[in-house]
Design a protein around this ligand. Structure first.
Ligand SMILES: [Zn+2]
Ligand SMILES: [Zn+2]
Length: 371
């Protein structure tokens, strides 16, 4: 905090202080009172002692959440959740003469509360997505499981039984892991399972030529691989590549709101401007924020005029001559910020020992970075 004489805040606090200084003692009404003022970031505290009745009265300009002054934590949360720069926002407030905390306070809020809140909300949302996918995909999965079980019962196909669950899991993975709204990619990922169980991990063809897992070593390699051209292999191939099945799997991509990579990249830049340096956790959390924003706003409609006509704008992009016509979308919404704020409040109220531990939190290493 800056020294009391130099900090311009005292221009701004002057008026409320004068008002309060004229207050009477709340107990006896005497004006014979003494006040001591202290500040913690944006929090202003007054300690009033009455010389007539000796009553002491405390007053503070904002409530607390757990041990944190609410205004301080909400300022940090507001900065991060908007994808803003703490350096700049604090400078803006300083220029205005508003009392703020030092940058290191932002970083400790970020490390102890805000980043765990982002990761918590993200995990909850992903779990909800997978649950939705499981519900939507249930008839498909049950049908697939039934057919798999029937194959396993055939003489010579018993070895497939050990793979049943992996094959179902692979189906979910194929859908959830696809960052593009790309039915073909999802189907090709799905089809690769038929070669993976043969211990073939490359040359799958299509949009997914190579398995996504690392080189299999040790126990991961000592699986009961299916023999190529065996009855199991032939039956599984027929099941996996079934046209109807692949069509339905492709359609699951529409259920799972996946991100269109191009739009997503420009969104990440909004939450983590390239001109700043971020730690690994800092970058991860800002990317997750972009993900939360994207998931909520990916399927926005085109804005309409009062007459109900769709609105468009003309852009002149740098990379090509001429113009492009773009849809004007309805305003973005920020419900995820409510979820984040709720998580922040919950975390603030928890004793610090009960909060999730951050793996890494060294903004100091980065000097002037935005961590
Ligand atoms: Zn009094
Ligand atoms: Zn593989």
């Amino acid at each position: 905090m800056r020294s009391a004489t130099r900090n311009p805040i005292h221009r701004l606090w002057l008026k409320p202080r004068k008002l309060l200084q004229w207050c009477h003692c709340p107990s006896c009404g005497s004006v014979d009172i003494r006040q001591v003022w202290t500040t913690t970031g944006t929090l202003l505290k007054s300690h009033l002692t009455c010389d007539s009745c000796l009553q002491a009265t405390k007053w503070q300009s904002q409530p607390s959440i757990g041990n944190f002054p609410a205004g301080n934590m909400l300022l940090s949360a507001g900065i991060l959740f908007a994808g803003a720069s703490p350096t700049k926002v604090l400078r803006v407030l300083n220029h205005m003469g508003v009392m703020t905390y030092e940058k290191r306070t932002f970083f400790s809020h970020q490390r102890d509360i805000l980043q765990p809140a982002i990761q918590g909300v993200w995990t909850q949302q992903q779990a909800a997505h997978i649950a939705m996918l499981q519900t939507e995909g249930r008839p498909l999965v049950l049908g697939l499981l039934k057919k798999l079980k029937a194959i396993c019962k055939l003489k010579g196909c018993e070895d497939l039984k050990a793979w049943q669950q992996s094959i179902i899991n692979h189906l979910y993975w194929a859908v959830v892991s696809s960052t593009q709204d790309d039915a073909e990619l999802i189907v090709d990922k799905w089809k690769s399972v038929e070669r993976h169980v043969l211990n073939l991990h490359r040359g799958h063809g299509g949009k997914f030529p190579t398995c996504a897992h690392k080189r299999l070593q040790g126990r991961a390699h000592k699986k009961k691989w299916i023999k190529p051209s065996s009855l199991s292999a032939v039956k599984l191939e027929k099941l996996v590549t079934d046209k109807m099945l692949c069509k339905v799997i492709g359609k699951l991509s529409a259920v799972h709101q996946t991100s269109k990579v191009e739009g997503f990249q420009s969104l990440i830049i909004q939450f983590a401007p390239k001109s700043y340096v971020y730690s690994y956790t800092g970058m991860l959390c800002r990317t997750l924020l972009a993900g939360l924003h994207y998931n909520e706003n990916a399927s926005r409609h085109t804005a309409t005029t009062k007459a109900g006509e769709q609105r468009f704008k003309i852009r002149y992009p740098k990379y090509k001559a001429g113009h492009v016509v773009k849809k004007i979308l309805v305003e973005a919404t920020f419900s995820y910020v409510d979820d984040l704020m709720g998580e922040v409040v919950d975390l603030c109220k928890k004793p610090s020992a009960d909060r999730p531990v951050q793996l890494e939190a060294s903004h100091s290493v980065l000097g002037n970075g935005e961590a």
